[in-house]
Structure formats: structure tokens, C-alpha cells
Design a protein around this ligand. Sequence first.
Ligand code: DGL
Length: 283
Amino acid sequence: MIGVFDSGFGGLTILKDIRRLLPEYDYMYLGDNARTPYGTRSFDVVYAYTLEAVSYLFSHGCSLIVLACNTASAKALRTIQQNDLARLVPLFPDGLPQKRVLGIIRPTVEAVGALTRTGHIGVLATQGTVDSLSYPLEIKKINPDIVVSQQACPMWVPLVENAEFDLPGADYFVDKYLRQLLAQDPLIDTVLLGCTHYPLLVNKIRSSLDTLTRDNGQPVSVLTQGDIVARSLKDYLFRHPEIESSCTKGGSCLYLTTESEQKFRCSASVFMDEDIDVHHIDL
Ligand code: DGL
């Protein structure tokens, strides 16, 4: 199976696009809803939690895992790839691991440069992702001239996890963080949602941006990651037939949560348009 991991519901926004583009594979989604949010936690804690999730998915039939979580990608991916993978999974004769973990920051960064006209980008993300500086550093490696401003949005993940993202109460916090971002750099013309929970707020984000930039004469585009990650995964599978051939193809998807099944089913149903098979697990 292909494992897709997030601290909670956010990764479902990525899974949806992956399954739309690659429907033939079997998937296992794991949301660590009991311990969300990750975005306010230290490096060591995010790394430890992510490693537990990755180990679980590997030992339950996944040969490829997508960390559909920017915070985990920023804080845990590299250490897991460099220090843990060789210990957790068998190796091919050439010494490379037979199972892999992918993040979502690199493919996003590769796509973002082509979209800005002013060369000024805003990144909205969790405090952890912002503090890691992963986006500014990675964007600069590919596009040294792009100016990147970041804004942490600590209230947005709780709004999504508590199914408040579509309700009027969310407007205040959407507006607040967008104002803070635009105050850093009024030339921003592309806003990247650098947290997989945020696409659930995208309608409110678009309408708030429209209002805030109405007098600028220049529209601000909002970039979400689902499609980018899905296309990058397709490309990865094409380039790695040794991994692709170990991914089963039955079109199924199993959902796992560290919280209650009932709570997951109820919240996920707000934005998933199918009945889902959910199981509780302990990490
Ligand atoms: N959805 C995750 C991300 O993309 C993490 C959110 C959180 O748990 O704080 O960063």
C-alpha cells in the first residue's frame, strides 16, 4: 500500500488529489488526531511522533509513505531518511532501502517559482514549519531572486480539527493572519498554503484576500499542494519501478486514526464525499 500520514485531517486534502490522479493503488491513511496539532510542538516531539507513525505504516503493509504534513516534512523527514530508514526496512542488493518516505515541501517549492509575477511570495504555515525556515531556504535554492515572507497561523489547524472551518467564527482568524502576511510585504502576488489543513479554509482565504487587496489592482493567487504532490508522486513512481512494483493495485483506501473512529468519520464526512472505513489505532 501507499501510506499517507498527517497529524490529523489535513492530509486528506492531499490524499484526495493523489487518489484522483492515481486511483489504481491501495492506500492507508493515518491521522494522528489524538496528538494534533504538531505545528506548535518541538523538533524532538514531531520527529518522535512521525517516526512512530512511519514505523507503524511500514509494519502494516506500506512500501511507500507520503508525509502529507508540512510540519513533519520540515522537522522529521530528513532525519528519518538519513538515520532511520536503513534500520527500519530491508535493503536492496545495491544498499538502497526497499521502502521509502517522501515529503511534500520539495515538490511544492519546485512548483511555486513559476507562478509569481512580482517575485514576492507569501507562505502560510504552522509555527513549526515557519520556524524551520524550510520554505524560504528551499525556495531560495531554486529561485534566489524570489522574496519570501512567512506567517504562522496557529488557530487554523484547531478550526479544521474541530470542524469549524466553514463557520462564521473562522472569518476573524482568516482575516487576522492574512492582514499580518500582507503587512510584511504588499507586493505578494502568490500565497502558498504550506499546511495541508489550510485548503479546507480556502474559500474564506480567497474571499478575505480579495477584500484585503481590492485596491491594489493586482489579484493574489492562492496555491494549494494537493495537485502538486499528486503529480510529483506519479513522477516518482514512474522513475522508481522497484518501489512502484511493490505498491498493490486494488483501488482501496483504509483510514486509521489515533482518536475515536466515530469522531474521525464524523469530521471527515464534512469534506470527503464517500463512506470511509475507519479504524482506531494506538501508536
Ligand atoms: N497539516 C500539517 C501541516 O501540513 C500539520 C498541522 C498541525 O498538526 O499543526 O503542517
